[in-house]
Each structure stands twice: as structure tokens, then as C-alpha cells.
Design a protein around this ligand. Structure first.
Ligand code: UT7
Length: 330
């Protein structure tokens, strides 16, 4: 079911990308690949990689502080932190409480939300329910991932795709008719094996055997995910546009999950949205998983591409396989 929402919106956005740039030329020296293949199949030219001593919450901290500063809220104002990630600092505890401690957000509850690369839309949706119902008034929604720590740097089919990054937004109540107008959270769990880290969870705890078999690294059936993504993105986009009683022509900015330029262009074409109305930064950051959408939103705002009253369409897909969409009146 889609959900129509009233009265919750984004007050401030922030982002942080690690300084280290990993180019396609460097990848050519690491695995059997080439710049031409990577650019033509994915649109990615470079990605950011966290420093050895950085953790996922280290990336989230400056992004969160920037979002809070832009929203005009202090750590003490936060009621809740929703940390969307697929790779927290540790398996236990979750990243949300660690970030709460680093921020000094003493009043805030905190938890992690794991929904693959769609996680940020899931997180915004959960936050919108608390804010719209006035249960919690000031919610920090973080999307941060460090997939460089779980990709197999010997596997050319995956290691060229991913990068590290973090984005954040402060969600608060807004007048009815503004902010988040609709969302839909969806998944096809029969495809759960298509993007997977096989070992390290409850089903296959770490052993010397799992390490030797490289089962702690991410594995992906790229072709199947590609097929899934193009149909899922169009479907969920149409559902949230219908739920908000708007059409694709009304969309001022389409902000899709940044995984592959071909998927982005395909989705935009199917929806009839010209590329001049699409936010793209996959060429510079690759796929930073749960971070792509908040990073893209923050960058769009910095570029003056988000104006008050604009209609914004978000769409994501990822491990699960999950997919999700959202319409926001800026
Ligand atoms: O957040 C969700 C994350 N996942 C995704 O978004 C993944 C969605 N899928 C994709 O983006 C694309 O499927 C990929 C970019 C992963 C792959 O592109 P493709 O056009 O589907 O290529 P393919 O998997 O069909 O592979 C074509 C060929 C293969 O060689 P053969 O079997 O035809 O001889 C691959 O072995 O390209 C080869 N190949 C590479 N060649 C050079 C695969 N990776 C590379 C590489 N460099 N890095």
C-alpha cells in the first residue's frame, strides 16, 4: 500500500564524502577492467573511499552536523535518530546509538534501519510518521555506508561500482500540503540472494572456512538487479505520483538512487522526465548505497536546484530486493 502523508518535511540537508578519490585508471591497475567499460556500462568515472581509520559513523557525523546547522537545530533538540545503513561500524551495537553519543544528542532515541540502497526512503518514511503525528518533532535521518569495506577488491563485477559517503536530513512537522506528500515501501524477498554478503550473519557465522571462501564480501547478480531496477523504479514512481495526485510532468527534480547511469536514464525515459530534471552524481561518487539519495539531495540544494514549492520525486532500489518511492513538495 502507498501512504499519503501530511505535515512532515525536510528542514535541513547535509553531506560528507571522504577525500580520497579512486579513479577508473587506478582500478585498471587493480583488476582486469578499463575506463571505457566502466563509463559505458555504469557512467561512473570516480568514487570516494574512506580513510583506513574512518568508520561509517565518522562519515555520518559531519553530514549530520551540517544538516542540523542548516535546519537550525542543536543536538539537544533531537528526539530521534534513524541511521540508514548496510554497514554499521560494528555488527553489535548499531550505528545510530554510536552517532547519538558522538553528537551528544542526549535526549534522542536511536536505531539502525537496514533496507539496502532503498534504506533512505524507508528512513524518511518512518520519520514522516513520527513528525506528522507530532509524536517526535525533530528527527535526524542519516544515510551512510562504507561498502569499500565489504566489496571484494578482486571481483571486477562489483568493486568498480561502489563508493563511500554519508548524507543527512532533519525531518520536522510542516504545514499540510508541504513536505512529504506520499511514499511507498516495497520489496521482493524472493530475490534476497541477488545482493548478498553470505557469511558473518546468524546463518553463517565467521569461521576460517568462510574467510578462506571470501564469503564475507558482497556478491551481486548484476544483470538480474538491473532488470529488476528498471521495472521497479517506474512502477513505484507511478504509484507515489498517483498517491500524491500529481504527474511526472509536474516533477521539478527527479532524484533516483545513484547506482548506474543507464538505470537512471532508462527510468527517466520511461517516466517521460527529461534528463535536465534529473539529479546525477553517480559519475563522481559511484554507488554509496543508502547515502546516494541524501547526498544527491544536499548537492542539488547547494546547486540551487531545489526551490520552495518544487515537486521532488525520489526512487530507490537495492538489497532485499527492496524498492521505494517518495514525492516531496519542497
Ligand atoms: O544499489 C543496487 C546495486 N546494484 C546495481 O545497481 C547493479 C545493477 N546492475 C548493473 O549496474 C549492471 O548489471 C552491471 C554494471 C553490474 C554490469 O553491466 P552489464 O551491462 O549488465 O554487464 P554484464 O554483467 O552483462 O557483463 C558483460 C560482460 C561480461 O563478460 P562476458 O561474460 O560477456 O564475456 C562480464 O564478465 O562484461 C564483463 N565485465 C567487465 N568487464 C570489464 C563485468 N565487469 C567488468 C568490468 N570490466 N569491471
Amino acid at each position: 500500500m502507498h501512504k499519503r502523508v501530511g505535515g512532515a518535511g525536510i528542514w535541513g540537508l547535509g553531506r560528507y564524502l571522504p577525500e580520497r578519490v579512486l579513479t577508473n585508471a587506478e582500478l585498471e591497475r587493480m583488476v582486469e577492467t578499463n575506463d571505457e567499460w566502466i563509463v559505458s556500462r555504469t557512467g561512473i568515472r570516480e568514487r570516494r573511499i574512506a580513510a583506513g581509520d574512518q568508520t561509517t559513523t565518522d562519515l555520518a557525523l559531519p553530514a549530520s552536523r551540517q544538516a542540523m546547522e542548516r535546519a537550525g537545530v542543536t543536538p539537544e533538540d533531537l528526539d530521534l535518530i534513524i541511521f540508514c545503513t548496510n554497514n554499521p561500524d560494528t555488527v553489535i551495537p548499531a550505528a545510530g546509538p554510536v552517532l547519538q553519543g558522538k553528537l551528544g544528542a542526549t535526549r534522542a532515541g536511536a536505531f539502525d534501519l537496514v533496507a539496502g540502497c532503498s534504506g533512505y526512503i524507508y528512513g524518511l518514511s518512518v520519520a514522516s510518521q513520527f513528525a506528522a503525528s507530532r509524536t517526535y518533532l525533530t528527527i535526524l535521518v542519516v544515510g551512510a555506508d562504507m561498502l569499500s569495506r565489504v566489496v571484494d577488491w578482486q571481483d571486477r563485477t562489483t568493486c568498480v561500482l561502489f563508493g563511500d559517503g554519508a548524507g543527512a536530513a532533519v525531518v520536522r512537522p510542516v504545514p499540510d500540503g508541504r513536505g512529504i506528500l506520499s511514499f511507498r515501501l516495497a520489496c521482493d524477498g524472493t530475490k534476497a540472494g541477488e545482493i548478498i554478503v553470505p557469511a558473518g550473519g546468524a546463518s553463517r557465522p565467521a569461521t576460517h572456512g568462510t574467510v578462506d571462501a571470501r564469503e564475507h564480501y558482497l556478491r551481486m547478480n548484476g544483470r538480474e538487479v538491473f532488470r529488476f531496477a528498471v521495472t521497479a523504479c517506474e512502477k513505484v514512481a507511478r504509484e507515489v505520483l498517483d498517491a500524491a495526485a500529481v504527474s511526472a510532468e509536474d516533477v521539478a527534480l527527479f532524484v533516483p538512487h545513484q547506482a548506474n547511469l543507464r538505470i537512471i536514464e532508462n527510468s527517466a525515459r520511461r517516466l517521460g522526465i527529461g534528463m535536465d530534471r534529473v539529479m546525477v552524481n553517480v559519475d563522481r561518487y559511484g554507488n554509496s548505497s543508502a547515502a546516494t539519495i541524501p547526498v544527491a539531495l544536499a548537492e542539488a540544494e547547494e546547486q540551487g536546484r531545489l526551490k520552495q514549492g518544487d515537486l521532488v520525486l525520489l526512487v530507490g532500489f537495492g538489497a532485499g530486493l527492496t524498492y521505494a518511492g517518495m514525492v516531496i513538495r519542497w
